[in-house]
Design a protein around this ligand. Structure first.
Ligand SMILES: Cc1cc2nc3c(=O)[nH]c(=O)nc-3n(C[C@H](O)[C@H](O)[C@H](O)COP(=O)(O)OP(=O)(O)OC[C@H]3O[C@@H](n4cnc5c(N)ncnc54)[C@H](O)[C@@H]3O)c2cc1C
Length: 496
């Protein structure tokens, strides 16, 4: 009889898990995906702007190409999606000045400040070589000297208040929290996003939600929108039972052999878990991992792309709101036609403004738009405000401190290894981390199914296309199972 697998959540993680399990096990498994919202995709959302026949990224704005971690890129290629590099030096707006290079930065920080900053970067990169960065969030990071220090504490080593402020501001939007609330290592990892030796960025040419559409188009199992999981009961006699509630209030229970939970901790907390031991184990998992923080995306459609000469790149960073990345998502007509600016507020300012009215939020952002003083409301065609808080927020400290061993991290109740928790909050709060988590959870489940049925798990052989990328590091367990299969397959291919 086929194994019945339930998947909670139809975001990137839930859909990718379903797709990989189908590919690997075919009709050996019977999968159902339950999604509380009306749409699939969760925090990956591309919103149309009909006035200009364009769109903006309300959630994920950039995909990361991490040196030595080719998995996301390989998935994108496997799905046949077109990409576009994202360029940004980036330019910084500090007060009323625009800084375009080191010389201008020195004008603000002074020579001593620049020296202190260089020393900080030398130390930070020395302690975090690219090969370690590619495996961020694994248990071995516990040995990093900045893992148990706060980012505020580590910034203090710069010993120059202005440089400390600048460095925190520089990565504030990526980090989505304030330096005292995260580790020095996670802070440094977010700074390194802008270091070309570690990471480059791209988007999907047809919009990032194309990733969700591509996965949803391949998943054959039923995906039920408007269906929230309210209760998971696991009993050693009768097994695992999931209670569902649909939009109309209708309820039904489903028995499953395995369950993948692909929600952030705030979502896990909303579900009732029983028996008591499972409830305690899940509560402990949430306590350790729940470092939820917020984003607020404010997108402005202007009649003219008036900033184009001052800010020719895909994004710039402003010191408003504690540090904010501003994406230029204008329609690509090459002229100074309509323009779209998308502001990603993170952390404390995002939380503070999220409770205000859209009008107040838009007014505050308009006030901060460089080159628009006094504010020219006549230039504004329309504004969009997307609040990402609570269940839809991100983690300020992925994996928690200390990072737990993978087995415990994904499977908090050792009696139920077929109950796997998956999510970006377990690794690095990005799609790359979500992908790492999926690969672990699905591999682990795969191993359990394989052990039970004694079948040869070979279906994953060419999961994301053939062979390892040149220069890619060998991913260590836990993420490796599928890709090791892939490399074996590539070996077979070349031997033929
Ligand atoms: C504003 C913002 C910007 C971001 N920018 C980037 C970026 O540029 N690059 C990057 O790599 N990452 C970025 N991230 C992180 C990225 O969005 C996540 O890593 C990724 O989307 C995680 O996908 P997921 O499927 O694990 O979770 P989610 O996308 O959160 O999916 C979980 C799904 O579960 C559903 N759900 C919740 N509760 C229940 C329930 N009880 N029953 C059933 N379904 C339920 C939700 O509705 C949701 O659809 C950003 C996040 C935000 C919020």
């Amino acid at each position: 009889m086929a194994d019945r697998i339930g998947i909670i959540g139809a975001g990137f993680s839930g859909l990718l898990s379903a797709y990989l399990l189908e590919r690997r096990f075919g009709d050996q498994v019977e999968i159902e995906v339950w999604e509380a919202g009306d749409r699939s995709g969760g925090r990956v959302r591309t919103t149309p702007v009909p006035e200009v026949g364009a769109s903006y990224e309300a959630g994920v704005a950039e995909l990361y190409d991490i040196a030595g971690n080719p998995h996301l890129r390989r998935l994108i290629r496997h799905l046949g999606l077109r990409t576009r590099p994202l360029t940004g030096t980036p330019y910084f707006v500090v007060g009323d000045r625009v800084l375009r290079d080191d010389r201008m930065l020195e004008g603000v920080l002074g020579r001593r400040g620049m020296d202190r900053l260089r020393r900080f970067w030398e130390r930070g990169t020395g302690l975090r070589p690219p090969a370690d960065y590619a495996l961020a969030g694994r248990e071995r990071d516990n040995a990093h000297p900045w893992q148990r220090r706060t980012f505020a504490d580590v910034l203090g080593d710069i010993d120059d208040p202005l440089c400390e402020w600048f460095t925190a501001m520089q990565c504030h939007s990526d980090l989505a929290t304030e330096p005292p609330h995260t580790s020095g290592l996670f802070g440094m990892d977010n700074l390194l996003i802008d270091h070309p030796g570690y990471c480059t960025m791209y988007t999907l040419a047809e919009g990032n939600e194309g990733l969700i559409a591509a996965l949803a188009g391949r998943v054959r199992s039923p995906v039920s929108p408007g269906t929230a999981v309210t209760h998971v009961a696991a009993d050693e006699e009768t097994g695992m039972r999931v209670s569902l509630r649909n939009r109309g209030g209708g309820r039904r229970d489903v028995e499953v052999d395995a369950l993948l939970v692909t929600l952030p901790p705030a979502g896990v907390r909303r579900i009732r878990w029983s028996d008591e031991r499972l409830q305690d184990a899940v509560a402990g998992h949430v306590r350790h991992h729940d470092h939820g923080t917020a984003y607020l995306r404010v997108t402005l459609l202007f009649r003219r792309r008036f900033w184009r000469r001052a800010f020719p790149e895909d994004y710039f960073v402003s010191d408003a709101f504690g540090g904010v990345t501003v994406y230029d998502q204008s329609p690509d007509d090459g002229a100074e036609g309509a323009g779209i600016q998308s502001w990603l507020l993170g952390g404390a300012p995002a939380l503070e403004y999220a409770s205000k009215s859209d009008g107040d939020i838009v007014a505050a952002v308009l006030n901060a738009v460089p080159g628009l003083s006094p504010v020219r409301e006549d230039l504004l065609v329309r504004a969009f405000v997307d609040r990402w808080t609570g269940v839809a927020g991100v983690s300020a400290l992925p994996g928690g401190v200390p990072l737990r061993p993978a087995r415990q991290r994904h499977s908090p109740d050792p009696r139920w290894p077929q109950l796997q928790f998956i999510g970006d909050y377990l690794y690095d709060a990005t799609l790359c981390g979500a992908l790492d988590a999926v690969l672990y959870g699905v591999s682990r489940l795969g191993d359990l199914i394989t052990a039970k049925t004694d079948s040869v798990a070979d279906g994953a052989a060419d999961l994301f296309g053939a062979g390892a990328e040149p220069g890619s590091s060998t991913p260590s367990s836990p993420r490796s199972a599928f890709f090791l299969d892939e490399r074996r397959a590539a070996g077979r291919e070349s031997a033929r």
